[in-house]
Design a protein around this ligand. Structure first.
Ligand SMILES: NC(=O)c1ccc[n+]([C@@H]2O[C@H](COP(=O)([O-])OP(=O)(O)OC[C@H]3O[C@@H](n4cnc5c(N)ncnc54)[C@H](O)[C@@H]3O)[C@@H](O)[C@H]2O)c1
Ligand SMILES: [Zn+2]
Ligand SMILES: [Zn+2]
Length: 361
């Protein structure tokens, strides 16, 4: 029997979100219904609401979530009812050219549920990142459920489902930060702070946090940054060079998504260093750099989607580190809010007051 539950809907471009009754079908082959326990408010949810991702309104928002599998469809073997799972937006297909080459973290054909959740009048909903977890229950592809240790707090665990994984993975996977490296992170919101934590986990010797907001810098220092630079106070490139013996950092992670901060990242790295772009630019942004500098400085210019993570490999491992006290995911939960608090949480996020507001059910 399809179930009727509450869900947070973005009805149209720029319009405030509202709670509506949504219809969640029984899981079909390869699908699962998950009872959501917690779901973080991510910048991408706001992008959806503003029409910045696509025009397929109405959206069912929410995608940084953890919960309990309630039921599964035919052929599902990887998870079973009762499992505690983090929802992911990279359910790999196993068959595309990336998967076949043994690089499933780049899968070009990831899975979502085949069936659609709907409003009561039958209007089909577009689930944010194929998840839609600002809802009591949601329908996903079974591969979007990654089973982890149920001892973890759902509010903290769910954050691995997007922003924290994106930042942490930008450092650990994409940037391949290793012991002794010097790392700079430009933009220390939820994603950048997670990059700081990833750099620390990987054994970076020096981690320079850069932001325009002293509160964000204070948090980054708490999470493992060794130095902080407020770029309102002067040229951050010069400051990073000064902190690195005039050389620049081995890995610079850009977690803002703007041409000017990307240029800072480009020039703040050492020769043969790596730049990782994890911030998401908007379509009109352009970058101009002397090609000779791109050539002459060597190294690698990379971008990072979802921290180049493979959920089945990374989520259980990171939850284990969290439970051992080696990865402070709780530090990202600035506040817990009810399901009807999402619109106000967008305002606080926009003002930079929180790393993450998390809806707890
Ligand atoms: N690549 C991915 O897979 C992925 C996943 C999730 C989010 N993102 C993107 O990462 C970016 C950061 O997300 P977030 O949730 O941390 O957002 P956020 O708003 O919490 O953080 C952005 C931070 O950048 C700082 N900032 C703004 N302008 C700056 C400047 N000129 N110099 C230095 N710092 C500056 C802000 O003060 C803030 O602390 C966004 O673009 C988001 O869309 C990417
Ligand atoms: Zn694939
Ligand atoms: Zn997200």
């Amino acid at each position: 029997m399809p179930q009727r539950v509450r869900g947070v809907i973005a009805p149209g471009k720029g319009a405030p979100v509202r709670i509506e009754t949504i219809v969640v079908p029984d899981p079909g082959p390869g699908e699962a219904v998950v009872k959501v326990q917690a779901c973080g408010v991510c910048h991408t949810d706001l992008h959806y609401r503003e029409g910045g991702i696509n025009d397929e309104f109405p959206f069912l928002l929410g995608h940084e979530a953890a919960g309990i599998v309630e039921s599964v469809g035919d052929g599902v073997t990887e998870v079973a009812p009762g499992d505690f799972v983090i929802l992911n937006w990279r359910a790999v297909c196993g068959q595309c050219r990336a998967c076949r080459r043994g690089r499933p973290q780049y899968c070009f054909n990831t899975h979502n549920a085949e069936q659609k959740m709907t409003l009561e009048d039958g209007t089909e909903l577009s689930a944010a990142l194929g998840i839609g977890a600002f809802a009591d229950k949601t329908l996903v592809a079974a591969g979007q459920c990654t089973k982890v240790d149920p001892a973890a707090s759902p509010a903290a665990a769910g954050l691995l489902g997007c922003g924290v994984m994106a930042g942490l993975g930008a450092a650990v996977n994409t940037g391949a930060v290793s012991r002794g490296d010097t790392v700079a992170v430009i933009g220390c919101g939820g994603v950048g702070s997670a990059a700081v934590m990833g750099a620390r986990l990987a054994g970076a010797a020096r981690i320079i946090a850069v932001d325009i907001d002293d509160n964000k810098l204070a948090t980054a220092l708490r999470l493992g940054a060794t130095h902080s630079v407020n770029s309102r106070a002067g040229d951050p490139v010069a400051a990073i060079q000064e902190l690195t013996g005039g050389n620049g950092a081995d890995v610079v992670i850009e977690a803002v998504g703007r041409p000017e901060t990307y240029k800072q990242a480009f020039y703040a790295r050492d020769l043969a260093g790596t730049v990782v772009l994890v911030g998401v630019p908007t379509p009109e942004m352009k970058l101009e750099l002397p090609l000779l500098d791109v050539f002459g400085r060597g190294g690698a210019l990379k971008s990072s989607w979802y921290g180049d993570c493979l959920p089945s490999r990374d989520f259980p491992m990171l939850i284990d580190l969290y439970l051992q006290g080696r990865l402070d995911l709780d530090a990202f939960v600035s506040e817990t809010i009810p399901l009807d608090g999402v619109e106000e949480a967008f305002v606080r996020m926009h003002k930079g007051e929180v790393l993450r507001s998390v809806v707890v059910f």
